[in-house]
Design a protein around this ligand. Structure first.
Ligand SMILES: Cc1cc2nc3c(=O)[nH]c(=O)nc-3n(C[C@H](O)[C@H](O)[C@H](O)COP(=O)(O)O)c2cc1C
Ligand code: SF4
Length: 461
């Protein structure tokens, strides 16, 4: 019998993916048919909100940053120095490099104008006339779509000087990165945008005080800024109609792994994982059991399949289950997968992507990768598991940015949750799973170690 959702689904009222899958949703003409740019007109010309009122609406909406940390967006905007004479900058973080995460790409490819309208509204609220959209270099189709959308919007007067005769100016520059995970960290991104090596800065000063080119800067994720369009349209209560008290609105989840329909889905916050798996994704592939789940991108703690089925997709429920919602990169792991090998694959990524400035990260990511590799290869020593845990523990909270923590958290949680598998490797002096990592199952949709999401498998519900 088909599993029916136990939660009210958006059912035609999607906020970011408000179009039918497979339709030509990205041109300006299509966006206008869906009511596009009516909100920016209402705000800029109709004076629906003053800039301060719009910040208050975003605060009241409960929108939390969708890049991973979940910091309240309106609150971040209010950190800009008052009365500053330097030009404020908006930077949209479209680096999207966290393994398992491929949701921003779908917004940019399928609904680019909702992001551009969000940029205009956010710039208006924070008093900026210039915005950069920093897109990871491998996202060539997204870069092309965004460049085309910016050109269309300029030509039709939705961007540029004196928009709709309102006196408000907003210029947007699309910037392509070069494919480094660390350029998704906001200060690494800023360095890269300035033409330097993408290495994070020590904070403070925070970007809101001294960001790109030394100017006050707001950095927000694609999904956060795109959501501002709906919030400005429907108001705080309209947005809060979806989700929970502390996790308002809708969220995009990119689901990969051995499920029938991997892809990107927009559901209300608080949606049960069980429903996401069974209803949106059509369940696990026939004959494959659910072994484990990484809820929010590869940095967050792993949970068992059993635990996963009791999680609701919101900040509170994830914390209650000792994990994090992160960026919403849902990695489903099937029965038969070797967890030591899975961790080894993740750690290879973090070691490779460390920018090298901090010793605990530069050296630590290499150490833990080497130890896990030797355990997987049947060359582990009895003390290796505790050593691995100790090194990971010592990497936490000691570095300029949280890449070191992003490698340490999964390491500690893999040991906490699947310690017996590590022990079995050491005792047998071999991988009991015969080094099994069923790539053809676990990589469906752009999962664990794959950095280039497979276009065939990214789709919209
Ligand atoms: C190593 C690392 C990589 C990150 N990668 C991304 C990314 O690809 N996209 C993103 O939006 N945020 C990323 N972040 C978080 C950003 O630093 C920042 O918090 C975010 O862009 C803020 O936007 P938000 O408040 O809208 O979430 C990363 C952080 C770290 C430490
Ligand atoms: S934690 Fe790692 S990635 Fe972050 S600044 Fe230090 S060395 Fe670079």
């Amino acid at each position: 019998m088909a599993h029916e959702s136990t939660y009210p689904v958006l059912d035609g009222h999607k906020i970011l993916l408000n179009f039918a899958r497979g339709t030509t949703s990205w041109p300006l003409s299509s966006y206008l048919q869906r009511g596009g740019y009516s909100t920016s007109k209402a705000v800029l010309v109709g004076k629906k909100y003053t800039p301060g009122e719009l910040i208050d609406v975003v605060k009241a909406s409960g929108l939390r940053g969708r890049g991973g940390a979940g910091f309240p967006t309106g609150l971040k905007w209010s950190f800009l120095p008052r009365g500053a004479t330097d030009p404020v900058q908006l930077v949209v973080n479209a680096d999207e490099s966290e393994p398992g995460t491929f949701k921003d790409r779908v917004v940019m490819e399928e609904n680019p104008h909702v992001l551009l309208e969000g940029c205009v509204l956010a710039c208006y609220a924070i008093g900026s006339d210039s915005c950069y959209i920093y897109i990871r270099g491998e996202y060539v189709p997204a870069i092309k779509r965004m460049v085309a959308a910016v050109e269309e919007a300029y030509a039709a007067g939705h961007l540029g000087s004196d928009i709709y005769g309102s006196g408000f100016t907003c210029n947007i520059t699309v910037h392509s990165g070069a494919g480094a995970y660390i350029c998704g960290e906001e200060t690494g991104l800023i360095e890269s945008l300035e033409g330097k090596k993408g290495q994070p800065r020590i904070k403070p000063p925070f970007p809101a005080v001294k960001g790109v080119f030394g100017y006050p800067t707001i950095v927000n994720n694609v999904e956060s800024i795109a959501a501002v369009t709906y919030i400005a349209h429907a108001g705080a209560d309209g947005y809060r109609a979806w989700g929970t008290e502390r996790s308002a609105g809708t969220k995009l989840f990119s689901v990969s792994g051995p499920v029938k329909r991997p892809g990107v889905y927009e559901v209300p916050m608080g949606y049960p994982f069980k429903d996401l798996l069974e209803v949106e994704c059509g369940g696990m592939l026939d004959g494959v059991g659910l072994k484990a789940l990484i809820v929010g991108g590869s940095s967050v703690p792993i949970v068992t399949g059993e635990t996963a089925l009791t999680i609701n997709m919101d900040y509170e429920s994830c914390e209650e289950h000792k994990t994090l919602l992160g960026s919403g990169g849902v990695i489903v792991i099937g029965e038969g997968t070797c967890m030591v090998r899975t961790l080894m694959t993740l750690l290879r990524f973090y070691h490779h992507e460390s920018c090298g400035q901090c010793t605990p990260c530069r050296e630590g990511t290499g150490w833990i990768e080497r130890i896990v590799t030797r355990i997987e290869n049947g060359e582990g020593n009895p003390g290796d598991i505790d050593e691995l845990y100790r090194i990971a523990d010592n990497m936490e909270l000691r570095t300029i940015c949280t890449l070191a923590d992003a490698a340490a958290w999964p390491t500690k949680s893999f040991i906490n949750v699947f310690r017996s598998e590590f022990e079995a490797h050491v005792q047998a002096r071999a991988c009991p799973y015969h080094n099994q990592f069923p790539d053809h199952l676990n990589l469906r949709g752009g999962g664990v170690p794959q950095r280039h999401a497979d276009p065939e498998h990214a789709f919209i519900a």
